[in-house]
Design a protein around this ligand. Sequence first.
Ligand code: ZN
Length: 290
Amino acid sequence: MSLRAQLWMVFLAPIALLAGLYAFGRTLDVPTLGRGYVIHLELPPAGEPADLPKVYGPQDRSRPLVVIDAGHGGHDPGASGQGYREKDLVLELATALRDRIVADGGVRVALTRDDDRFLVLGERFAIARALGADLFLSIHADSAGEIGEVSGASIYTLSNEASSEAAARFAARENSADMVNGVALAGENDTVSTILVELAQRRTQGDSAEFARLVAREGEGVLAFHPQPRRSAALAVLRAPDVPSVLYEAGFISNRNEAERLASPEGRQRFAEVMARAIRIYFARQSNAT
Ligand code: ZN
């Protein structure tokens, strides 16, 4: 028996038993406490794990839901440069976008993290899936190390084969966030068969590409894009098989001008307006298509 299974038996099985009794409306007499004492368990409503993030916007489940993922966090700062850390910068961008979407109305929005905490990559899209998200947007910022002049945003969608060597290096770096002391925390032990995942992924790939295209279109002339902004890479955070997912690299924080622009209120606002518009158009088209 694996260690995990043993832990389940020892710790979780009694809780599951109590939860089961609760679910069937029974109470459990505890003899040692005497008559009249019962155990009451507070359980979250079915289908809503207690630790899922808050959903902002209209509390109407028929409204589309976008989950915004600020990359990195906690002990993983991501890229750094010019006195900025990726984890802080992208959290500010994500929060600005959430507020913009809420202000525009009509679309529900949640953040995978709204503070400086670490989430493994699998957790990020697991949150999107658990909330029933219709779109997943992961926000990152890049660094070109000492090469200060490299700049521009890129829009990534998932590919099985990295579209270029640069994309492959990027995938390796972003995916390494799940490596702790050389041990991979996520991506293993998938219970869903690879074939089923791939079939579902193929369906969502088209939608992901459509959203990426809209971001490029709406951002043209407003956001500073890399000369080749549309990329694909084998990014673990984009692997939700049933939620269209895009990773937005907001720019290079190793470039002083870009770092300062992205960190400024105006830069954040410009980003939030473009993204919110792309999201709105994407959902409008999806609802027309069905
Ligand atoms: Zn990153």
